[in-house]
Design a protein around this ligand. Structure first.
Ligand code: CAA
Length: 288
């Protein structure tokens, strides 16, 4: 089994934080723009600050050391081909567009050493389809994280038929080494979590659309009646309404006979109006 502890590369991870380098890993963060990288660095710093405050409540010096140590293990670059030169593992988390993912993986396949494992953090696309442009299908898999990454314990590990046992075992071991609980799912739409979560949220929006209940009551019901930490509409505001629309559209096109994947008019309307999520001030709720 490969030891993936030394060096790994995360390619474009908007809004997701880098607690993982607090497990002693060297991380190179790659994005297309240095402005985005600067913003990512500051997000990581803030998020780590929260973690450090919690872990070292009575010892600010230890908290500062934790933050400094982690930040010192993260490098930043806008050049993917350079970023992967020494990588044991590459985790891609760019836009959910198959053509753009293909272009990136083709160039990474040429630049990365033979040993490097490739993974995609896609939420809804097929891992096999993404991997098809590379010559390392045996070293390809899916590694799907959840927001907020430092808090959410789950990692979905997806293997395609060509993924070797060595690659799969290394990915599972790596996931455990960064404190995640790993589950395995076949390369099916949405894997486990999104396959259940996306239709559930869509159904909540349809309920709101019909006027069966208010947004607040739907959310309160699922929090207090089903024990979810967030209601479905709050969660949609948190993960982004456009993400939900994009996923449903893609699946509807591929599986037109599955009514669970039918587009939801209200969700499409809010996205068109720019009411995308909590971070832009409005989604299903208004945020001040
Ligand atoms: N970085 C670091 N620490 C964080 C954090 C972050 N981004 N977010 C939360 N925390 C930690 C902090 O330690 C925080 O304590 P402080 O406020 O003192 O710093 C602690 O969590 C508690 O956070 P909050 O008090 O803000 O709120 P909470 O207890 O309700 O927890 C939550 C927040 C973890 C987000 C919780 O509401 C939750 O689990 N929500 C459901 C999230 C979910 O379902 N995620 C899956 C989305 S689907 C997905 O991601 C897949 C996809 O492909 C789109």
């Amino acid at each position: 089994m490969k030891n993936l502890k030394r060096q790994w590369v995360f390619i474009n991870i908007p809004g997701i934080n880098f607690g993982r380098s607090s497990y002693g890993q060297n991380v190179t963060l790659v994005d297309v723009s240095s402005d985005v990288l600067k913003k990512s660095e500051s997000n990581i710093q803030n998020s780590l600050g929260r973690v450090a405050k919690k872990l070292h409540k009575d010892d600010p010096a230890a908290g500062k050391k934790l933050v400094d140590d982690v930040l010192s293990r993260i490098q930043y670059t806008t050049e993917p081909q350079k970023g992967v030169q020494n990588a044991d593992l590459v985790v891609e988390a760019i836009i959910e567009n198959i053509d753009i993912k293909h272009k990136l993986f083709k160039s990474l396949d040429e630049a990365a050493p033979e040993k490097t494992l490739f993974a995609s953090n896609t939420s809804s696309l097929s891992i096999a389809e993404i991997a098809s442009v590379t010559k390392r299908l045996d070293k390809f898999g899916g590694l799907h994280f959840f927001n907020p990454v430092p808090m959410m314990k789950l990692l979905e590990v997806i293997r395609i038929p060509e993924t070797s046992d060595e690659t799969y075992n290394s990915m599972m071991a790596w996931g455990k080494s960064i404190g995640k609980v790993c589950i395995t799912c076949k390369d099916t739409p949405g894997f486990v979590v999104n396959r259940l979560l996306v239709p559930y949220i869509a159904e909540a929006v349809r309920m709101l659309e019909r006027g069966d209940a208010s947004a607040q009551d739907i959310d309160t019901a699922m929090k207090l009646g089903a024990g979810y930490p967030m209601g479905p509409l709050e969660l949609a505001d948190y993960t982004g309404l456009d993400t939900g629309v994009f996923i449903l559209e893609g699946w509807h096109k591929k599986f037109p006979d599955n009514a669970l994947f039918n587009p939801v008019e209200l969700q499409n309307k809010l996205v068109k109006e720019g009411k995308l999520e909590e971070r832009v001030g409005e989604g299903f709720y208004k945020y001040t």
